[in-house]
Design a protein around this ligand. Structure first.
Ligand code: TXA
Ligand code: MG
Length: 323
C-alpha cells in the first residue's frame, strides 16, 4: 500500500523525481505526474490502464500559469476561468508546442484547470511544472473521493497519496470549450450550467453518451461499478426484487427503505440537497459495489442544477460496456 499523509514536501520530492503521487482536489482525487515529463505521463496511462487516446487535464496553481502552454485564451473562457478558478471547471484551450503530445493525445486543444484544494494549491505553487492528473481510478471505474479509495485500487503502484480528506464537490469538473463563437460543454460536472450561462449566455451541451466520443468522459459506459447497476423506479423495483429473492443494494436520493438492512442501502441526501447528493454519490456507489449485494438499484435525482451531472453519472454507471 502507498504511504498516505499530508506532507507536501514529500509529494513534491516524488513528483520532482518523475514519480506519481495521488492528489486531493475539490472534485475527485487525481493521479498526478509532471506533465512535461513524457515518462511520468506514460506512467499515468500505464498505472490507470488508460488508453492513450484519452487526453489528460493540466493542473496549475493560477490562471497566470496557463499562459506558457496555450496559444490563445478566448474571451468567454477567460471570463469563466476568472470567475470560477480555483474550482470545478476545466477549460479546453488551443495548445502550443510546449505541451507533450501524449498529454493531449495529439489533439489541438489542451484541457486546463486550477483545482480548489489548499494542499494541492500549495503543492502546485512550489512545483516548476504543471501536473497532468486524471482521476485516480482504474480506467472506467468509479472516481475516488477519499484517499482510502485511491489506496484500495492504486496503492501498490504509487509511493504516496496526499490526503486532503473527503472531496467537497464529489463530481469531476465541468469541461468547457469553444466551437466558433459558441461555448460548448463536453462533460457535465461539479460546476452547474446555470452559473456558466449567467456569465456567457446559453451554452451547447455535447456531453451525450457515445461509443465514439470526442472526450472519453463521454463514453456511454464509464464511472461504472463492477456489479450490474440498474436505474429505475425504486418504489416498484424494491418490492418486486424482494419478492424474487434477489440480493440487491439500493442507492436512493432521499428515501430510506425500512425493509432493507443498512449495509444494503445508501441514501444520498435525506434532505434532498443536490450538493450533498453529488458529494456522496461515488462513495455510495463504491460501498454498494463492495457489499454482498449481487446488483445495485438506483434512481434518478431531479434534473436541475447539479442533478444533471449526477444523472449523467448514473446513466453511464448503468450502461453496458461496449468492449
Ligand atoms: O475533476 C476533474 O476534472 C478530475 C480532477 C482530478 O481534476 N480529473 C478528471 O480527469 O476527471 P479524467 O482524466 O478522469 O477526465 C478528464 C476528461 C476525459 O474525459 C478526457 O477525455 C477529457 O477530460 N479531456 C482531456 N483533455 C481533453 C482535450 N484536449 N480535448 C477533449 N477532451 C479532453
Ligand atoms: Mg476519470
Amino acid at each position: 500500500m502507498a504511504e498516505v499523509g499530508t506532507d507536501i514536501q514529500k509529494a513534491s520530492t516524488y513528483l520532482n523525481q518523475g514519480q506519481l503521487v495521488a492528489i486531493p482536489t475539490e472534485t475527485v482525487y487525481g493521479l498526478a505526474g509532471n506533465a512535461l515529463d513524457v515518462k511520468a505521463v506514460s506512467a499515468i496511462f500505464e498505472t490507470k490502464n488508460r488508453p492513450s487516446f484519452d487526453p489528460l487535464i493540466l493542473h496549475v496553481a493560477s490562471l497566470e500559469q496557463v499562459k506558457p502552454f496555450v496559444s490563445s485564451f478566448p474571451e468567454k473562457l477567460k471570463r469563466l476561468a476568472e470567475a470560477f478558478w480555483p474550482g470545478p471547471l476545466t477549460v479546453l484551450l488551443p495548445r502550443n508546442a510546449s505541451v507533450p503530445d501524449l498529454v493531449t493525445s495529439g489533439l489541438d486543444r489542451v484541457a486546463v484547470r486550477v483545482p480548489n484544494h489548499p494542499l494541492t494549491l500549495s503543492l502546485l505553487a512550489q512545483l516548476d511544472f504543471p501536473l497532468a492528473a486524471p482521476s485516480a481510478n482504474p480506467f472506467g471505474y468509479i472516481s475516488p473521493t477519499q484517499a482510502g479509495h485511491v489506496d484500495a485500487q492504486l496503492g501498490t503502484q504509487i509511493p504516496y497519496i496526499l490526503d486532503g480528506g473527503a472531496c467537497a464537490v464529489g463530481l469531476e469538473s465541468t469541461i468547457v470549450g469553444m466551437e466558433g463563437e459558441q461555448v460548448v460543454i463536453y462533460r457535465l460536472g461539479g460546476l452547474e450550467l446555470s452559473k456558466i450561462e449567467s456569465l456567457v449566455g446559453p451554452v451547447t451541451v455535447q456531453a451525450h453518451s457515445s461509443s465514439n466520443p470526442s472526450a472519453p468522459g463521454q463514453l456511454a459506459s464509464h464511472y461504472a461499478p463492477r456489479k450490474p447497476f440498474l436505474v429505475g423506479e425504486l418504489n416498484e423495483l424494491v418490492p418486486k426484487l424482494t419478492q424474487e429473492g434477489k440480493a440487491f443494494g439500493v442507492l436512493s436520493f432521499s428515501t430510506h427503505f425500512p425493509t432493507l438492512t443498512s449495509d444494503r442501502q445508501f441514501v444520498l441526501s435525506p434532505s434532498q440537497d443536490l450538493q450533498e447528493a453529488a458529494q456522496r454519490l461515488f462513495m455510495g456507489m463504491r460501498l454498494l459495489d463492495e457489499s454482498e449485494a449481487d446488483l445495485i438499484l438506483a434512481e434518478f435525482v431531479p434534473e436541475i442544477g447539479l442533478g444533471r451531472a449526477i444523472n449523467d453519472r448514473l446513466k453511464r454507471a448503468a450502461a453496458q460496456p461496449t468492449h
